[in-house]
Design a protein around this ligand. Structure first.
Ligand code: SF4
Ligand code: SF4
Length: 383
């Protein structure tokens, strides 16, 4: 597994020649420059970068060459593709995606059969492309559970990654195995990183991936020629650097010991904390409360349902049953103080991280952030 940076093929940082292509297409689509700059400002905010980086993002998106992108689907529900097709401000996002030459995407491409296979193989032979992977890789039955064109998912993935600049896993299935790998895992499903090595990999887990985070990741790659800084689970810090619990609008009720006890009870109707109905927000890292879904319309906890921990490596087995409290937590009844409840949750979170062998994440997170902040300041100083 490699976490090093990747640079788009055929492009060195700083040598992009301005091209009118994107702005021409934006104007033709009825999107003026002001709207485009607003979009770039939103991308910059998603990346947790200072607003002063927005013009740099805009410049990169309008000037960059088109790195090829191959989107592979293996054992999945196509939910990540669906999520991406519902990107925030789709007219702009789609045109930005056009900067990436999507040479192969089984669900949305017009080509089919040998024509599609030929396009993909030509891209892979050139190298320097981005690979986006949706779905886990089944190794059982000699790979027979998932084949395309007579080749197994494992074979297709290895061929696609061989000369790739970077691999981006979208959704929890490709990142950590996800639902297909749940016990008893009849297809022997594994995450992408158990199949390939020697290429930078970024994980964007979620069930499904949040389209804003994928768009921001691609924008970061196009702007800086590198994948964004990640935690020890391969997740970009801009999107997975904080717990759901720490940004949840119901947090005040948690701290005050105000919990919904049954679906539809008075506490539920009043928007109190869902922890006692099984919310896994205290042990889940994601920017859900901030980015939300479908263009910022809402998010699960906002709609009255607890977080089920879909971005964590243990999802599904370790995060279910979804409507029970975290395992090994003895938070007490409503008579327990908020402090006792908080300590119990923190203990359970630590137990979950330890169970995943991911205890280092918490310790490394602050150090990584400091490194990222220093790198950002350094980059800013070179502007
Ligand atoms: S337990 Fe869940 S609902 Fe309650 S504050 Fe934390 S994240 Fe929000
Ligand atoms: S609230 Fe939790 S389970 Fe729901 S989408 Fe966000 S991270 Fe996933």
């Amino acid at each position: 597994m490699s976490r090093s940076v990747a640079t788009p093929a055929g492009r060195d940082a700083g040598d992009e020649a301005p091209s009118p292509d994107l702005m021409t297409r934006l104007l033709a689509a009825g999107v003026d420059r002001r709207a485009f700059l607003r979009y770039c400002a939103a991308l910059t905010a998603t990346l947790a970068m200072p607003p002063r980086f927005a013009p740099r993002v805009a410049e990169a998106l309008t000037a960059v060459d088109r790195p090829a992108l191959v989107w592979l689907e293996f054992q999945d529900c196509a939910g990540d593709t669906e999520s991406f097709l519902r990107a925030r401000d789709p007219s702009v996002a789609q045109l930005v995606l056009d900067l990436l030459s999507v040479d192969y995407h089984e669900t949305i491409m017009a080509a089919a059969g040998t024509q599609a296979e030929a396009a993909r193989d030509a891209t892979l032979a050139r190298g320097g492309h981005l690979v986006v992977v949706e779905g886990s890789v089944p190794l059982g039955a000699g790979g027979g559970y998932c084949t395309v064109g007579g080749r197994s998912a494992e074979q297709i993935l290895k061929a696609a990654a061989a000369k790739a600049a970077a691999v981006v896993n979208v959704g929890t299935c490709s990142a950590y195995g996800g639902l297909p790998a749940a016990d008893p895992n009849p297809t022997q499903a594994v995450p992408v990183e158990e199949v390939i090595s020697g290429v930078p990999v970024l994980n964007l887990p979620g069930c499904p991936v949040n389209a804003d985070n994928l768009t921001a990741t691609l924008a970061h790659y196009l702007t800086f020629g590198a994948l964004p800084p990640a935690d020890d689970l391969g997740r970009p810090l801009f999107a997975y650097g904080e717990r759901i619990h720490d940004n949840c609008p119901r947090r005040g009720h948690f701290d005050a010991g105000e919990f919904a006890l049954e679906w539809g009870d008075e506490g539920h109707r009043k928007g109190w904390c869902l922890y006692r109905l099984g919310c896994k927000g205290p042990s889940t890292f994601h920017n859900c409360p901030i980015q939300q879904w479908n263009g910022g319309t809402n998010w699960p906890i906002g709609a009255g349902h607890g977080c089920v921990g879909c971005t964590e490596p243990g999802f599904w087995d370790d995060l279910s049953p979804f409507y029970d409290r975290l395992p090994h937590v003895t938070a007490g009844g409503l008579d327990a103080t908020a402090e006792q409840i908080g300590l119990a949750v923190a203990g359970a979170s630590a137990a979950i991280f330890a169970a995943h062998g991911a205890g280092k994440v918490v310790q490394h997170r602050l150090a990584r952030r400091r490194e990222h902040a220093a790198a950002t300041q350094d980059g800013d100083a070179h502007e």
